[in-house]
Design a binder for this molecule. Structure first.
Ligand code: PTJ
Length: 243
């Protein structure tokens, strides 16, 4: 039982929830370590959304709105951390959701799909095919989903899929607390923010942005600026962290 007055209450509660989800088979054991890496970077960011991350979130909404065939690719951690937010985003955006896993088993696919559906998410189903140019199981996807999508939202990515998707001509929007990751650098647009802080901003932007604002955000998209801004914030906090 985590005491409500513990200064790290939210973080400890999230860890407990992820551990429960790992015991249920939704999150992989490797996913727990991935979460720990994210927490470390979030500490360096001050565990808050920076101005540049907010701009990236608004730009992501603009890119998704302008896309012909957008898709939200969900893995175990993302489903465990954010199922209600994914449902809300889908409600305002009609964004199709596909489950795509690194540690893929039929059992995990079913459990994650059921978990998302229990929160009201409509999950794309069908016969997966080995369509992405990858040597691991993330290659398995739906032809009418990830394969034909022109814009892919991918939180907590593991590296080379973002590069493969870019190579297929797709726009990749990553949500990744590590601005130095391969994914962050390969993506068209990287949101350097914690997933459950980023999604509410995306939801809000979806409902609020005008067409002109969307066009303006997309026209000025500069991913290196977003990555440098995150690194600058981390450097600033490292320099003055003990002040
Ligand atoms: O569910 P599966 O089988 O598809 O496996 C998914 C994992 C998470 C195991 C897989 O994608 C993986 O290994 O990811 P990585 O390579 O550890 O990368 C995850 C990235 O997400 C890291 O750069 C973390 O810093 C970042 N991250 C972790 N938690 C969060 C996060 N970014 C935003 N919000 C978070 N909550």
């Amino acid at each position: 039982m985590i005491p409500l007055d513990h200064p790290r209450y939210r973080s400890l509660q999230t860890r407990e929830h992820l551990a429960d989800c790992a015991r249920e088979g939704i999150v992989s054991l490797e996913g727990l370590t991935a979460h720990g890496r994210g927490e470390a970077f979030d500490y360096l960011l001050g565990e808050k959304t920076t101005d540049s991350a907010l701009c990236a979130e608004r730009t992501a909404a603009a890119l998704l709105r302008a896309a012909r065939r957008p898709i939200f690719s969900v893995n175990g951690n993302t489903a465990a951390l954010a199922a209600p937010l994914i449902a809300h985003l889908q409600e305002v955006s009609r964004l199709p959701v596909e489950v795509n896993l690194f540690h893929r088993t039929n059992e995990r696919m079913q459990k994650i799909t059921a978990h998302l559906e229990s929160h009201g998410v409509q999950v794309l189903t069908g016969t997966a095919e080995r369509l992405l140019p990858l040597s691991h199981d993330r290659a398995w996807c739906l032809r009418k989903g990830l394969y034909e999508a022109d814009t892919v939202l991918v939180p907590l990515e593991d590296g080379n899929r973002a590069t493969a998707l870019r190579g297929m001509g797709k726009q990749v929007i990553a949500i990744d607390l590590n601005p130095l990751s391969r994914t962050a650098k390969a993506a068209t647009l990287t949101i350097v923010d914690e997933l459950t802080r980023a999604l509410p901003h995306l939801i809000e932007a979806f409902s609020q942005l005008s067409l002109e604002e969307c066009q303006d955000l997309v026209a000025h998209l500069d991913n290196r600026y977003f990555l440098y801004s995150a690194l600058e914030e981390m450097k600033r906090r490292l320099d003055h962290g003990l002040d």
